[in-house]
Design a protein around this ligand. Structure first.
Ligand SMILES: Cc1cc2nc3c(=O)[nH]c(=O)nc-3n(C[C@H](O)[C@H](O)[C@H](O)COP(=O)(O)OP(=O)(O)OC[C@H]3O[C@@H](n4cnc5c(N)ncnc54)[C@H](O)[C@@H]3O)c2cc1C
Length: 399
């Protein structure tokens, strides 16, 4: 594994930097830097800029619109975009259902859906979890019953991120009640405008609306919207989850958060006039996280290098999820400690992008509590950390 950049890599890094300097919309980077939600129209603008450059889907095979970058180039791109405060694009199309469609979909499905995912004109959401079926996903109960050329879908999904902004939802539904739970599931693509779908908001602890419940009442879905074979949806769903974990370590973002914490600690003074940056207890806590992050960065690079060399990565990626999210939460907790009582006032209106709403405290305090609050979810979604530990225990340690 080679960690230093060669001349070609440096040239590539400069090209990425130049692109970010000229094409990353300033208002997008500003919103990201204070932690304000990047609203859909702004995120679309950034998506379109990447699409126009041909850089929107680095992980896709070239024949489907990928960039053909090697692992080092993808690493450089991730580092540079995080450094420039470029937000991550919505993952549901690009990282999740897109790879399922180009791997298991038929030609008509590829032609219908891949262009809209790449251009960012069609937004997707993920309908997996249900009340009572999260970690134990295979117990899901939303039913799809065949009626001529359609399925009739009834049931409920929950925690559906951005369903209120999505055009389509990819859903796991039960098509066979008699066989083993994993063998009776199908994978359907459903237009969110279909009659019988109701979306209800769930406001999370950061006071914002990212999450939803989605109800299906006699929703007619054409059979041709099913991916692959009936009752084989679990195979496609598991394949998707491996793609969902792409970038889950979040190393570039955590490095940016470390940089921001240093800035906060330099700008913050205690009642004795001393800078937080000079407080030994604070410095020790930040240094401990930085050491963990350096370890994670190397582990991440080693796993990526194995993947690039065609070696089996398997369940080792669970390490990235656990360590990455633990570090993110430690950084968010330390940011709360740093700004102290400025975590108390509600900053909802400003976080929703209302720039005239009054700000309480310094700029850097604005999104700290929201990030801390919503950040609790990182150890739950994408397979909870307890489940990841079970995976490591069984598949890696052989316990
Ligand atoms: C912010 C956020 C966004 C999300 N977005 C989406 C989305 O877009 N689409 C979607 O489909 N879902 C989404 N989810 C749902 C997410 O996938 C589930 O919350 C997750 O799978 C956990 O399921 P659960 O909430 O039902 O908890 P449960 O499975 O009931 O787990 C509760 C607790 O028990 C622990 N636990 C459960 N089983 C075991 C076990 N066998 N061994 C040890 N511990 C165990 C868990 O780790 C957890 O701590 C989102 C969740 C969050 C928080």
């Amino acid at each position: 594994m080679e960690l230093a950049l060669n001349k070609d890599d440096e040239a590539f890094r400069d090209e990425v930097r130049q692109f970010l300097k000229t094409k990353l919309p300033r208002e997008v980077a500003e919103a990201k830097s204070v932690g304000v939600s990047v609203e859909k129209p702004l995120l679309k603008k950034w998506h379109h800029a990447l699409y126009a450059q041909g850089w929107v889907a680095p992980a896709w095979p070239k024949e489907h619109g990928g960039t053909g970058w090697n692992v080092t180039q993808r690493h450089i791109f991730n580092e540079e975009t995080a450094r420039a405060e470029a937000p991550r694009l919505m993952p549901f199309g690009l990282n999740m259902v897109g790879p399922v469609i180009y791997t298991f979909g038929n030609e008509a499905q590829k032609a219908q859906h891949l262009p809209g995912i790449l251009s960012g004109d069609i937004w997707w959401c993920q309908g997996y979890s249900e009340p009572g079926s999260g970690s134990d996903l295979a117990s899901l109960k939303t039913r799809a019953i065949r009626d001529g050329g359609d399925y009739i879908v009834n049931g409920q999904k929950i925690w559906t991120s951005y369903a209120h902004e999505a055009d389509w939802i990819f859903c796991l539904v039960r098509t066979d009640e008699k066989s083993k739970p994993q063998e009776g599931i199908s994978f359907l693509l459903i237009d969110m405008k279909t009659p019988g779908i109701t979306v209800r908001p769930i406001v999370s602890i950061d006071e914002l609306h990212h999450l939803n419940e989605v109800f299906f009442e006699d929703v007619r879905v054409p059979v041709e919207n099913r991916i692959g074979e009936e009752n084989k949806g679990w195979t496609y769903a598991k394949f998707l989850l491996t793609h969902e974990r792409t970038g889950i370590a979040g190393v570039p973002e955590s490095k940016k958060a470390v940089e921001r914490l240093h800035q906060i600690s330099e700008a913050t003074r205690g009642s004795d006039g001393r800078r937080l940056a000079d407080d030994p207890a604070f410095r020790r806590k930040l240094a401990e996280i930085e050491i963990d992050l350096a370890g994670l960065e190397i582990t991440n690079a080693r796993i990526l290098a194995d993947a690039a060399a065609g070696r089996q990565v398997g369940e080792r990626s669970s390490i990235l999820k656990i360590a990455g999210t633990d570090i993110q939460q430690a950084l968010q907790t330390l940011a709360v400690e740093a700004i102290g009582y400025y975590t108390l006032p509600s900053q909802r209106e400003r976080l929703e992008g209302l720039p005239n709403a009054p700000r309480v405290g310094p700029d850097h305090a604005e999104a700290v509590f929201a990030n801390y609050g919503f950040g609790r979810a990182a150890t739950i979604y994408g397979g909870s950390n307890e489940i990841q530990r079970n995976v490591l225990a069984k598949a890696v340690l052989g316990l």
